[in-house]
Write a protein that binds this ligand. Structure first.
Ligand code: AMP
Length: 415
């Protein structure tokens, strides 16, 4: 028996109500904040991610689905959404449009991770990017949209965590102070952190090991090393968030897992569970477009995992509207009635009424039971007599009342 590959999920019909609910809220939020949809390929040249996500990151080092195709091209299934959007921005000359260009996507993300609840090898992200503006008011707007979107799903008990990790000018100073600090605390670090110390010092701050967390708590803070521009940007951002009435926590250990971030980084987490189950995160990436060959172009974005949103909706017992089902079921007795039922179904569907026709030739009782299982409101019953008189029996499943209706009156009545 074949099974879905480890770390992947079938999205079954019973789950689809959640997906539709979330997608409707996405469309609404994007419309409110002025984002347009973009879809990019499920794979890109591997070099795009090496360049953007960064060689020293977990994603590039351990998690990418990379292969050589039959034309000897090195290909990677998208491990995150931002790099493709920036590639598309450059490829299609979007710098000629009024800035910032605001784009959103819903896409499959592939990462070779150790599967567990809320962590899969293929998941789906809704993300959005505002490219071409460095105003901290835009950072605040991007954060506000993320927050309002999650709230619009009726999720509660969320916490907004914020930090600034500086820019090319001030970050080296901070990194050097951080490295010195960790070198002198080397004996307290887990093997993973010891490994990362040289290549990706920032990531030591979000290690989940309890002893490393203690060490991280006392580490130098990036906000103490910001250059005047980054410092002002961070202060302005906090001022705008206050105007927007958003509460936030400045979390000095928040760094995010990708190399391209500059200045603002933020995450939204369920209050009770912390960073392990982050609902979404984002930040500014002012150097990425230039890194990919464009002119220096500041930008900021956010992404959230749809499967993880669904887990939280279920945990918080948020009910979502059920998907519409056919309300009319056609039962038939005898061969002629069966042919007639096919005709009636066609007439109703052409009039926009969704119907299910009973399969096979079971007893009327069995067919009514089936209609009940489908949750149909009405059953149309067709026997010999109805075929002869061009009528049907219409039965209400709630009251069990039945009446005979001429077929030419049926569509209007059911509508
Ligand atoms: P990231 O691109 O790592 O910042 O992830 C953005 C969001 O995607 C996270 O906050 C999660 O909601 C979700 N996410 C990330 N990785 C996974 C995964 N392996 N499985 C399910 N959801 C994920």
């Amino acid at each position: 028996m074949h099974k879905a590959p480890r770390g992947t999920l079938d999205i079954l019909p019973e789950e689809q109500a959640y997906w539709r609910y979330i997608k409707q809220k996405i469309i609404h939020a994007c419309q409110l904040y002025g984002y347009e949809r973009i879809d990019t390929p499920a794979f890109e040249d591997t070099s795009l991610f090496n360049r953007s996500v960064g060689e020293g990151t977990d994603i590039v080092e351990k998690e990418m689905y990379t292969f050589e195709d039959k034309g000897k091209n090195k290909i990677t299934l998208t491990p995150e959404g931002t790099a493709s959007i920036c590639r598309a921005y450059l490829e299609h000359g979007f710098h000629n449009l009024p800035q910032p260009v605001k784009l959103y996507y819903i896409t499959s993300i592939f990462r070779y991770e150790r599967p567990q609840a809320g962590r899969y090898r293929q998941h789906h992200q809704f993300g959005y990017e505002a490219i071409g503006d460095d105003d901290p008011a835009l950072d605040a707007e991007v954060i506000d949209m993320a927050w309002q979107f999650l709230k619009s799903l009726n999720l509660d008990h969320l916490s907004l965590q914020l930090n600034s990790i500086g820019c090319k000018k001030c970050r080296p100073l901070y990194l050097s102070a951080l490295k010195d600090y960790y070198m002198s605390n080397n004996q307290n670090l887990c093997p993973d952190c010891k490994n990362r110390l040289e290549r990706n010092t920032l990531r030591l701050l979000d290690c989940k090991n309890p002893q490393c967390q203690q060490t991280a708590n006392a580490a130098p803070k990036s906000s103490q090393y910001l250059c005047p521009q980054c410092d002002d940007h961070f202060k302005q951002l906090q001022r705008y968030l206050t105007i927007l009435d958003l509460s936030f926590v400045v979390n000095h250990r928040l760094v995010r897992g990708l190399d391209y971030y500059t200045k603002t980084v933020f995450e939204i987490q369920p209050e009770t569970e912390g960073a392990q189950s982050t609902l979404g995160g984002g930040g500014r990436y002012d150097d990425l477009i230039a890194e990919l060959g464009g002119k220096p172009t500041p930008a900021i974005g956010f992404a959230t995992g749809i499967e993880r949103i669904i887990l939280n909706l279920k945990k918080q017992n948020v009910s979502v509207p059920p998907l519409p089902k056919p309300q009319v079921f056609i039962a038939h007795i005898g061969n002629e009635a069966r042919d007639f039922s096919i005709k009636i179904a066609a007439i109703l569907r052409r009039n926009g009424i969704a119907v299910i026709v009973a399969g096979g030739s079971r007893s009327l009782k069995a067919q009514l039971r089936q209609a009940n299982n489908f949750g149909s409101h009405h059953v149309i019953i067709i026997g010999e007599q109805e075929v002869k008189t061009d009528t049907v029996i219409l039965r209400s499943m709630t009251t069990a009342q039945q009446r005979t209706i001429p077929i030419n009156e049926l569509p209007a009545l059911l509508q």
